[in-house]
Design a protein around this ligand. Sequence first.
Ligand code: GRF
Length: 219
Amino acid sequence: MATKKIKLAVLASGGGTNLQSIIDQCSQGCLDATIELVISNNPGAGALERAERAGISTVCIDHRTFGKREDFDRAVVAKLQKSGAELIVLAGFMRIITEPFLEAFPQRIINIHPALLPAFPGLHVQQKAIDYGAKFSGCTVHFVDGGVDTGPIIAQAVVPVLADDSEDTLAARILVQEHKIYPQVIQWFAEGRIHLDQRQVKIKGCSRVETAQVNPPLQ
Ligand code: GRF
């Protein structure tokens, strides 16, 4: 039986490569989802251009025109509710989410972060992973809660940190994985396979990962 398409709204502040991967997977029929709306807080966001090119409705709500975070969030929520979105996908959305937003979409807001949480929350995390000397980093898709990158983890992908990595080369290696795991998580939502129990997220019917990775490799 075909899966019913889930209605998405994507929020992005930057270039929008994650948005693009979701657009592409939808148009290739690999994702049972439709993007109803793209919202940015940044009038210059490449994500807005990508959405317009794909014929998706866009709204720019400039956070600088609001005195309080909550007022900005209420304006965002009003647009999201009007769009009929069932799942809110943060894709490089550089704003902290406040109570009015969380309450409007309980367990329906997800984010992607370019590190292996709970290590390296916040900003500039690729450089932080390099500076710390981590041998692996990666990306995390998680539910959004009231903290910064603290919500329950849905999926992670691991990449090695190489000795000659710069922030840019590591970010690029991580992005390749982001573009794979974010659409996959959205598809799991569409299929109703994601279950949250306290902090534990279970995906119904998934096979197990049994292999370990070591960096540097064993000799
Ligand atoms: C990604 O690395 C994402 O993990 C982070 O912001 C970046 C957004 O990239 N939250 P893009 O705008 O999707 O290209």
